[in-house]
Design a protein around this ligand. Structure first.
Ligand code: OXD
Length: 320
Protein backbone atom coordinates (compact mmCIF):
# COMPACT_ATOMS: atom_id res chain seq x y z
CA UNK A 1 0.00 0.00 0.00
CA UNK A 2 1.15 3.54 -0.67
CA UNK A 3 -1.14 5.54 1.55
CA UNK A 4 -1.54 9.27 1.87
CA UNK A 5 -2.36 10.63 5.30
CA UNK A 6 -4.20 13.95 5.38
CA UNK A 7 -4.10 16.18 8.46
CA UNK A 8 -5.07 19.71 7.46
CA UNK A 9 -6.74 22.06 9.90
CA UNK A 10 -9.07 23.64 7.37
CA UNK A 11 -12.01 22.30 5.41
CA UNK A 12 -11.18 20.45 2.20
CA UNK A 13 -14.89 20.46 1.33
CA UNK A 14 -15.41 17.22 -0.52
CA UNK A 15 -11.82 16.06 0.11
CA UNK A 16 -12.56 12.34 0.00
CA UNK A 17 -14.22 12.56 -3.42
CA UNK A 18 -11.48 14.82 -4.80
CA UNK A 19 -8.69 12.47 -3.74
CA UNK A 20 -10.54 9.48 -5.12
CA UNK A 21 -10.24 11.23 -8.49
CA UNK A 22 -6.63 12.39 -8.22
CA UNK A 23 -5.29 9.23 -6.52
CA UNK A 24 -7.85 6.53 -7.42
CA UNK A 25 -5.49 3.63 -6.71
CA UNK A 26 -4.52 4.80 -3.20
CA UNK A 27 -5.83 4.60 0.25
CA UNK A 28 -6.27 8.17 1.46
CA UNK A 29 -6.57 8.34 5.23
CA UNK A 30 -7.98 11.40 6.99
CA UNK A 31 -6.34 11.82 10.39
CA UNK A 32 -8.69 11.31 13.28
CA UNK A 33 -7.00 12.24 16.58
CA UNK A 34 -9.66 10.22 18.43
CA UNK A 35 -8.62 6.98 16.73
CA UNK A 36 -4.82 7.11 16.26
CA UNK A 37 -4.43 3.40 17.02
CA UNK A 38 -6.24 2.47 13.80
CA UNK A 39 -3.32 3.62 11.68
CA UNK A 40 -0.71 1.41 10.11
CA UNK A 41 2.08 4.01 9.94
CA UNK A 42 4.33 1.75 7.90
CA UNK A 43 1.90 1.87 5.01
CA UNK A 44 1.91 5.67 4.92
CA UNK A 45 4.36 7.06 2.45
CA UNK A 46 2.99 10.58 2.05
CA UNK A 47 1.57 13.22 4.39
CA UNK A 48 -0.53 16.22 3.41
CA UNK A 49 -0.30 18.62 6.31
CA UNK A 50 -1.47 21.98 7.58
CA UNK A 51 -0.68 22.63 11.25
CA UNK A 52 -0.61 18.87 11.90
CA UNK A 53 -0.84 17.20 15.27
CA UNK A 54 2.51 16.29 16.82
CA UNK A 55 1.45 12.60 16.81
CA UNK A 56 1.16 12.81 13.02
CA UNK A 57 4.67 14.19 12.64
CA UNK A 58 5.97 11.45 14.91
CA UNK A 59 4.11 8.79 12.92
CA UNK A 60 5.42 10.05 9.58
CA UNK A 61 9.05 9.42 10.47
CA UNK A 62 9.51 6.98 7.61
CA UNK A 63 7.38 8.85 5.05
CA UNK A 64 8.78 9.63 1.60
CA UNK A 65 7.32 13.14 1.18
CA UNK A 66 5.53 15.66 3.36
CA UNK A 67 3.32 18.11 1.50
CA UNK A 68 2.33 21.48 2.92
CA UNK A 69 -1.31 22.23 2.07
CA UNK A 70 -0.42 25.90 1.58
CA UNK A 71 2.33 28.04 0.14
CA UNK A 72 3.89 28.61 3.57
CA UNK A 73 5.79 26.08 5.65
CA UNK A 74 6.34 28.03 8.87
CA UNK A 75 3.58 25.89 10.43
CA UNK A 76 6.06 23.01 10.14
CA UNK A 77 9.42 24.72 10.53
CA UNK A 78 8.77 27.05 13.46
CA UNK A 79 7.22 26.63 16.88
CA UNK A 80 6.55 23.34 18.68
CA UNK A 81 6.17 21.24 15.54
CA UNK A 82 9.68 22.02 14.31
CA UNK A 83 11.35 19.68 16.77
CA UNK A 84 9.07 16.77 15.79
CA UNK A 85 9.52 17.19 12.06
CA UNK A 86 10.92 13.95 10.60
CA UNK A 87 14.52 14.43 9.58
CA UNK A 88 15.53 13.90 5.96
CA UNK A 89 11.98 13.74 4.61
CA UNK A 90 11.55 16.30 1.80
CA UNK A 91 8.83 18.92 2.25
CA UNK A 92 6.98 20.10 -0.84
CA UNK A 93 5.05 23.39 -0.84
CA UNK A 94 1.74 23.90 -2.61
CA UNK A 95 2.30 26.08 -5.67
CA UNK A 96 -0.62 26.49 -8.00
CA UNK A 97 -2.05 29.12 -10.36
CA UNK A 98 -5.26 29.29 -8.28
CA UNK A 99 -3.28 30.34 -5.21
CA UNK A 100 -1.13 32.78 -7.16
CA UNK A 101 -4.02 34.37 -9.02
CA UNK A 102 -6.03 34.93 -5.85
CA UNK A 103 -3.09 36.54 -4.12
CA UNK A 104 -2.45 38.88 -7.04
CA UNK A 105 -6.13 39.86 -7.09
CA UNK A 106 -5.92 40.83 -3.42
CA UNK A 107 -2.64 42.73 -3.81
CA UNK A 108 -3.89 44.70 -6.84
CA UNK A 109 -7.15 45.47 -5.06
CA UNK A 110 -5.30 46.85 -2.03
CA UNK A 111 -2.86 48.96 -4.06
CA UNK A 112 -5.70 50.44 -6.12
CA UNK A 113 -7.81 51.05 -3.00
CA UNK A 114 -5.05 53.07 -1.39
CA UNK A 115 -4.17 54.84 -4.64
CA UNK A 116 -7.79 55.87 -5.22
CA UNK A 117 -8.42 56.59 -1.51
CA UNK A 118 -11.38 54.24 -1.31
CA UNK A 119 -11.59 54.31 2.50
CA UNK A 120 -12.04 58.08 2.46
CA UNK A 121 -14.67 57.88 -0.29
CA UNK A 122 -16.54 55.21 1.70
CA UNK A 123 -16.71 57.65 4.62
CA UNK A 124 -17.88 60.47 2.34
CA UNK A 125 -20.59 58.22 0.96
CA UNK A 126 -21.81 57.22 4.39
CA UNK A 127 -22.19 60.94 5.17
CA UNK A 128 -23.79 61.73 1.77
CA UNK A 129 -20.86 64.06 0.98
CA UNK A 130 -20.08 65.03 -2.61
CA UNK A 131 -16.36 65.65 -2.25
CA UNK A 132 -13.38 65.04 -4.50
CA UNK A 133 -9.84 64.04 -3.51
CA UNK A 134 -6.59 64.34 -5.42
CA UNK A 135 -4.86 61.11 -6.41
CA UNK A 136 -1.60 60.58 -8.32
CA UNK A 137 -1.45 58.35 -11.38
CA UNK A 138 -0.36 54.75 -10.80
CA UNK A 139 2.78 55.40 -12.84
CA UNK A 140 3.86 58.11 -10.40
CA UNK A 141 3.67 55.64 -7.51
CA UNK A 142 6.48 53.24 -6.61
CA UNK A 143 5.21 49.94 -5.22
CA UNK A 144 7.86 47.72 -3.64
CA UNK A 145 7.06 44.02 -3.55
CA UNK A 146 9.01 42.28 -0.79
CA UNK A 147 9.47 38.58 -1.52
CA UNK A 148 9.84 37.55 -5.13
CA UNK A 149 8.78 33.92 -5.00
CA UNK A 150 5.93 32.61 -7.10
CA UNK A 151 3.36 34.90 -5.43
CA UNK A 152 5.52 38.02 -5.34
CA UNK A 153 6.60 37.75 -8.96
CA UNK A 154 3.07 37.38 -10.24
CA UNK A 155 1.80 40.26 -8.09
CA UNK A 156 4.69 42.47 -9.28
CA UNK A 157 3.92 41.80 -12.93
CA UNK A 158 0.20 42.41 -12.48
CA UNK A 159 0.85 45.68 -10.63
CA UNK A 160 3.09 46.65 -13.52
CA UNK A 161 0.29 45.87 -15.96
CA UNK A 162 -1.94 48.23 -13.97
CA UNK A 163 0.59 50.98 -14.57
CA UNK A 164 2.35 51.11 -11.19
CA UNK A 165 6.08 51.59 -11.14
CA UNK A 166 7.18 48.37 -9.45
CA UNK A 167 10.31 47.58 -7.44
CA UNK A 168 11.21 44.21 -5.97
CA UNK A 169 13.20 43.11 -2.96
CA UNK A 170 14.26 39.56 -2.09
CA UNK A 171 16.95 37.74 -0.14
CA UNK A 172 18.96 37.14 -3.31
CA UNK A 173 18.58 39.46 -6.28
CA UNK A 174 16.01 38.32 -8.87
CA UNK A 175 15.52 39.47 -12.44
CA UNK A 176 12.01 40.56 -13.46
CA UNK A 177 11.05 42.35 -16.62
CA UNK A 178 10.51 46.10 -16.05
CA UNK A 179 10.95 45.74 -12.31
CA UNK A 180 13.95 47.26 -10.54
CA UNK A 181 15.12 44.62 -8.08
CA UNK A 182 17.21 44.73 -4.90
CA UNK A 183 18.74 42.06 -2.68
CA UNK A 184 18.74 41.78 1.12
CA UNK A 185 21.80 44.01 1.49
CA UNK A 186 20.03 46.89 -0.27
CA UNK A 187 16.95 47.21 1.88
CA UNK A 188 17.44 50.87 2.71
CA UNK A 189 17.82 52.24 -0.84
CA UNK A 190 14.84 50.09 -1.84
CA UNK A 191 12.63 51.43 0.96
CA UNK A 192 13.69 55.03 0.32
CA UNK A 193 12.10 54.77 -3.13
CA UNK A 194 8.84 53.08 -2.13
CA UNK A 195 5.46 54.79 -1.68
CA UNK A 196 3.77 51.46 -0.95
CA UNK A 197 5.31 48.18 0.18
CA UNK A 198 3.69 44.78 -0.24
CA UNK A 199 4.92 42.02 2.09
CA UNK A 200 4.80 38.53 0.58
CA UNK A 201 7.66 37.13 2.62
CA UNK A 202 7.92 33.75 4.30
CA UNK A 203 8.37 33.75 8.07
CA UNK A 204 12.04 33.08 8.83
CA UNK A 205 14.55 34.24 11.44
CA UNK A 206 15.43 37.09 9.07
CA UNK A 207 11.88 38.26 8.45
CA UNK A 208 10.56 37.96 12.03
CA UNK A 209 9.47 41.45 13.14
CA UNK A 210 10.95 43.06 10.01
CA UNK A 211 8.01 45.44 9.40
CA UNK A 212 8.66 47.79 12.28
CA UNK A 213 8.55 51.53 12.97
CA UNK A 214 12.20 52.15 11.89
CA UNK A 215 11.47 50.39 8.59
CA UNK A 216 8.27 52.39 7.98
CA UNK A 217 10.23 55.61 8.59
CA UNK A 218 12.43 54.83 5.60
CA UNK A 219 9.55 54.86 3.10
CA UNK A 220 9.23 57.76 0.68
CA UNK A 221 6.97 60.58 1.85
CA UNK A 222 5.28 63.13 -0.41
CA UNK A 223 3.96 61.17 -3.39
CA UNK A 224 0.82 59.65 -1.87
CA UNK A 225 -1.13 62.58 -0.38
CA UNK A 226 -2.03 60.60 2.75
CA UNK A 227 1.45 59.06 3.23
CA UNK A 228 3.14 55.72 2.47
CA UNK A 229 1.20 52.48 2.61
CA UNK A 230 2.07 49.10 4.13
CA UNK A 231 0.34 46.00 2.74
CA UNK A 232 0.99 42.53 4.16
CA UNK A 233 -0.28 39.13 3.08
CA UNK A 234 2.88 37.18 3.93
CA UNK A 235 3.04 36.30 7.61
CA UNK A 236 1.88 38.22 10.67
CA UNK A 237 5.08 37.30 12.51
CA UNK A 238 6.94 39.62 10.12
CA UNK A 239 5.12 42.70 11.39
CA UNK A 240 5.02 44.51 14.72
CA UNK A 241 1.44 45.63 15.13
CA UNK A 242 2.24 48.12 17.89
CA UNK A 243 4.61 49.84 15.46
CA UNK A 244 1.99 49.74 12.69
CA UNK A 245 -0.48 51.57 14.95
CA UNK A 246 2.11 54.10 16.06
CA UNK A 247 3.15 54.79 12.46
CA UNK A 248 -0.48 55.18 11.36
CA UNK A 249 -1.21 57.56 14.21
CA UNK A 250 1.76 59.84 13.68
CA UNK A 251 1.55 59.93 9.86
CA UNK A 252 4.64 57.83 9.09
CA UNK A 253 2.15 55.51 7.39
CA UNK A 254 -0.90 56.79 5.53
CA UNK A 255 -2.68 53.44 5.31
CA UNK A 256 -2.35 49.70 5.74
CA UNK A 257 -3.95 46.57 4.35
CA UNK A 258 -3.34 43.52 6.51
CA UNK A 259 -4.40 39.97 5.84
CA UNK A 260 -2.08 38.40 8.42
CA UNK A 261 -1.52 39.13 12.10
CA UNK A 262 0.89 38.37 14.91
CA UNK A 263 -1.88 36.36 16.59
CA UNK A 264 -4.69 34.87 14.55
CA UNK A 265 -7.58 35.25 14.70
CA UNK A 266 -7.06 38.92 15.56
CA UNK A 267 -8.65 39.58 18.93
CA UNK A 268 -11.91 41.55 18.97
CA UNK A 269 -10.42 44.35 21.06
CA UNK A 270 -7.44 45.03 18.78
CA UNK A 271 -7.53 48.76 17.84
CA UNK A 272 -6.60 47.90 14.25
CA UNK A 273 -10.19 46.71 13.65
CA UNK A 274 -11.56 50.23 13.98
CA UNK A 275 -8.65 52.25 12.63
CA UNK A 276 -9.84 54.53 9.86
CA UNK A 277 -6.65 54.02 7.84
CA UNK A 278 -6.66 50.21 7.99
CA UNK A 279 -8.19 47.57 5.73
CA UNK A 280 -8.22 44.12 7.34
CA UNK A 281 -9.04 40.70 5.91
CA UNK A 282 -9.03 37.38 7.83
CA UNK A 283 -5.97 35.61 6.36
CA UNK A 284 -7.83 34.75 3.21
CA UNK A 285 -6.09 36.93 0.62
CA UNK A 286 -5.44 33.60 -1.03
CA UNK A 287 -6.65 30.20 0.09
CA UNK A 288 -5.83 26.69 -1.07
CA UNK A 289 -8.46 25.42 -3.47
CA UNK A 290 -9.33 21.82 -2.51
CA UNK A 291 -9.75 20.63 -6.08
CA UNK A 292 -6.43 22.16 -7.18
CA UNK A 293 -4.69 20.83 -4.06
CA UNK A 294 -5.90 17.25 -4.61
CA UNK A 295 -4.83 17.41 -8.27
CA UNK A 296 -1.42 18.84 -7.33
CA UNK A 297 -0.73 16.14 -4.70
CA UNK A 298 -1.80 13.39 -7.12
CA UNK A 299 0.44 14.81 -9.81
CA UNK A 300 3.46 15.19 -7.50
CA UNK A 301 3.11 11.65 -6.16
CA UNK A 302 2.88 10.23 -9.69
CA UNK A 303 5.92 12.25 -10.77
CA UNK A 304 7.88 11.01 -7.76
CA UNK A 305 6.97 7.38 -8.38
CA UNK A 306 8.00 7.72 -12.01
CA UNK A 307 11.43 8.82 -10.78
CA UNK A 308 11.03 12.47 -11.78
CA UNK A 309 12.44 15.18 -9.51
CA UNK A 310 10.15 16.72 -6.92
CA UNK A 311 9.02 20.28 -7.51
CA UNK A 312 8.78 23.18 -5.04
CA UNK A 313 10.90 21.45 -2.43
CA UNK A 314 11.58 23.48 0.71
CA UNK A 315 15.19 24.31 1.54
CA UNK A 316 15.25 23.68 5.27
CA UNK A 317 18.30 25.90 5.90
CA UNK A 318 16.70 29.00 4.44
CA UNK A 319 13.30 28.09 6.01
CA UNK A 320 11.14 28.30 2.88
C1 OXD B 1 -0.44 29.73 2.79
C2 OXD B 1 -1.43 30.49 3.57
O1 OXD B 1 0.71 29.61 3.21
O2 OXD B 1 -2.63 30.39 3.27
O3 OXD B 1 -0.80 29.22 1.72
O4 OXD B 1 -1.06 31.21 4.48
Amino acid sequence: MKDLLVDVKFSLNDGRALFSQSLPDRNVVFWDPERPQNLDWDSILYGLLWKPDIAVLQGLERAKILFSAGAGVDHLLTGDRASYLPKDVPIVRFVDPTLTQRMSEWVCLQCLSHLRRSMEYARFQSNAMWQELQTPLARQVNVGVMGLGELGRDAALKLRALGFNVLGWSRTKKALENVKTFDADHLEPFLNQCDMIVGLLPLTEQTQGLFSYPLFKKLRQGVLPHGPVFINAGRGGSQREEDVLRALDDGILGGVSLDVFEHEPLSGDNPLWHHDKAILTPHNASVSDSRALAAYIGNQIHRFEEGKPLENVVEIDRQY
